[in-house]
Design a protein around this ligand. Structure first.
Ligand code: P70
Length: 445
């Protein structure tokens, strides 16, 4: 699908960002030139996927497309049982409700906004057990998604294994900068959790991207395909939540998958309350067909090479220009280190939010804040969380933009960097209670 892009004037962008309360989520899509807000639901579907859309079996129950989706999940990911949901957070909602009891802990390799909120709403508390390097934008650790097993063991010793609902393990780690976990770390995690009888629930939103990074960087996996490594990762876990809008390149969709029959029965019971019947869970038949095809396309080596190659092309341009970004470059985007970029702004002046707005003003490129606004407040004390990472994410949709678009983005980021001292901080003037970053409004200081 080809879509025209529109250029705007500085005056138009100024009006637009003010109207949007300096929040890129509140811009209209027509006001954006190159849209790097997210890689979620924004990828271009292939000819085969579009053809699949024409084969929708929209029966309320037992759609043929559901069985194709179930087959694809069993074949490429290896999970036995599948519960479709409208998108990732639908799956997170159900798994949290089933597996977390009041007062439980959920250790994980860094938080994700929606995942953590569903854990909290179910009465649990998220505990970060990612390696320290993940919180340092400068650390060149090749697998910043790795788990620190000492942190996990300390938690188990402190609260007892019965108070641990499960380990939430993500491939790749979004909030760390799209950083992969190594197979070695995952295997060690599996061994330890087996000793204590703790389950691993896999946030597999970008699992094929993680598999590609293992192939590229981890000793012993060079001759394995992305498809094989993806399967190995899934086989080391007990169940998964998936936002299919990323790796699997559909505009909408997700699922919950698991190997445990009892868990499956409970999830299938709950999906009919919140999502839809257990053979569509909030998706149209045609969407399930496109998803089944997208899963197969996502694990192709050549696809991943092109996709992640483009992300690295942009990252390397910014590195060469001396722009502070999260290193090494991850898989789904390039993350500007707003703390270093705008070192004259303290974190309570929302530097990443201000930087995303400044970039939009410069060129109409839309990025996303991933810092203090995204981190939200502690539900008990009401204080802001002050995350170490204060980032602006330039997220690259799959199969959409050309390298020339990346050049435009790099030029704009470099020009904003050269004029960084003129960027002032922001004041929050409207703050929603949940996931505030989506709808919060700001004024320039
Ligand atoms: C993004 C999107 C979604 C996502 C994810 C991981 C690792 C679960 C989900 C939820 C969309 C988004 C979501 C919250 C804040 C900002 C943006 N990530 N796990 O742009 O899936 O959106 O389908 O409910 O990345 O990174 P879903």
């Amino acid at each position: 699908m080809v879509e025209p892009v529109f250029m705007s004037t500085l005056k138009e962008r100024k009006e637009a960002i003010e109207r949007a309360g300096y929040n890129t989520f509140l811009l209209r899509s027509e006001e954006v030139y190159i849209d790097l807000l997210t890689d979620s639901g924004t990828s271009a579907m292939s000819d085969r996927q579009w053809a699949g859309m024409m084969l929708g079996d929209e029966a309320y129950a037992g759609s043929r497309n559901f069985f194709n989706l179930e087959n694809a999940i069993q074949k490429y990911y290896g999970y036995k049982y599948v519960v479709p949901t409208h998108q990732g957070r639908g799956a997170e909602h159900i798994i949290s409700k089933i597996m977390i009891k009041q007062g439980d802990f959920i250790p994980g390799n860094m938080y994700f906004t929606t995942t953590k909120l569903h854990q909290e709403l179910a009465g649990g508390k998220f505990v970060d057990i990612i390696i320290d390097e993940a919180h340092d934008p400068e650390s060149m650790h090749p697998f910043k998604g790795d788990v620190d097993l000492n942190k996990l063991e300390n938690l188990i010793n402190e609260v007892g294994q019965d108070q641990i609902a499960y380990v939430a393990m993500a491939t790749t780690v979004n909030m760390a900068g799209g950083q992969p976990i190594s197979m070695a770390s995952l295997k060690a995690l599996r061994k330890l959790t087996n000793q204590y009888g703790i389950k691993i629930i896999h946030d597999m939103t970008r699992v094929a991207e993680n598999a590609f990074m293992i192939q590229q960087k981890e000793e012993g996996y060079q001759h394995k395909s992305v498809e094989e490594i993806t399967r190995m990762i899934c086989d080391l876990t007990d169940g998964a939540t998936m936002s299919a809008k990323k790796d699997a390149m559909v505009n909408i969709g997700g699922f919950l998958a698991m190997n445990d029959k009892e868990l499956f029965d409970e999830a299938r019971n709950m999906v009919v309350i919140y999502e839809g019947l257990h053979t569509y869970g909030g998706m149209a038949g045609r969407d399930m067909e496109a998803l089944a095809i997208g899963i197969a396309e996502s694990v192709k080596d050549e696809h991943m090479k092109a996709r992640i190659g483009q992300v690295h092309y942009l990252g390397n341009k910014l590195l060469e220009a001396g722009v502070p970004i999260v290193k090494p470059v991850g898989t789904h985007g390039v993350f500007l280190d707003a703390r270093a970029f705008l070192s004259h702004l303290s974190q309570d002046k929302f530097p990443a939010q201000a930087l995303a707005a400044a970039l939009y003003l410069d060129s109409g490129v839309r990025a996303m804040e991933r810092g203090i606004v995204s981190a939200g407040r502690d539900p008990i004390t009401g204080e802001h969380h002050y995350p170490k990472l204060e980032l602006v994410r330039l997220t690259i949709p799959r199969r959409v933009y050309t390298q020339a678009h990346m050049d435009v983005v790099a030029e704009s980021v470099i020009s904003v960097f050269e004029n960084r001292n003129s960027i002032r901080g922001l004041k929050m003037v409207y703050e929603p209670k949940y996931l505030r970053f989506f709808q919060a409004r700001f004024e320039s200081l």
